[in-house]
Design a protein around this ligand. Structure first.
Ligand SMILES: Nc1ncnc2c1ncn2[C@@H]1O[C@H](COP(=O)(O)OP(=O)(O)O)[C@@H](O)[C@H]1O
Ligand SMILES: [Mg+2]
Length: 158
């Protein structure tokens, strides 16, 4: 039923929890995973704007910073890829740059996935928020089923 899964990750604890479900879904017939990390252009712009004091031109700094981010993300994606392959899944890796929710929704359509598996929260992990900024827009905008994997501490005692 969920043959091909889109798994977007920001390498946060909550997205690591989501990864465990992706691996488990192998038992339910999943064979292929599209693994995606979106380099957030707005984060890069914010850092570049605040880094004028470094003595580099904005363009130089941006190129260097962007390169570091991409190299780091590549390594992390490779680790996740190995983990998924170890669970018997076929994996394709994508590292686009843009606005995360837009890229995630576009890839879901282009790749014709049967399910998106996403963390409810990510790196920001604001306690009061029911959903993160990316997961909320992905859930709203997706035409496809979305499995939302919640964080460890729900913030509610019952
Ligand atoms: N840049 C990104 N690239 C790919 N997936 C992402 C990215 N940012 C967030 N996600 C996915 O969305 C989930 C929720 O993150 P997010 O909505 O950004 O929460 P928060 O607002 O707490 O950071 C993450 O667990 C991850 O699965
Ligand atoms: Mg986030």
């Amino acid at each position: 039923m969920f043959r091909k899964i889109l798994y977007p990750t920001d390498f946060s604890d909550c997205s690591a929890r989501a990864l465990e479900y992706v691996k488990k879904l192998r038992e339910a017939g999943t064979s292929e995973v599209v693994l995606v990390h979106v380099v957030d252009v707005r984060e890069i712009e914010a850092v570049v704007t605040s880094a004028a004091w470094l003595g580099e031109t904005a363009a130089e700094y941006e190129a260097r910073f962007q390169n570091e981010i991409r190299e780091d993300a590549k390594k992390r994606l490779d680790e996740v890829r190995h983990e998924l392959e170890g669970a018997g899944l076929k994996v394709s890796v994508k590292l686009p740059e843009g606005v995360p929710f837009k890229k995630i929704l576009k890839i879901a359509e282009d790749e014709d996935v049967s399910l998106i598996v996403i963390g409810s929260h990510g790196k920001s992990n604001v306690r009061e928020m029911l959903l993160g900024s990316v997961s909320e827009k992905v859930i709203r905008g997706s035409k496809r089923p979305v499995l939302v994997v919640k964080r460890d501490d729900t913030g509610i005692s019952w």
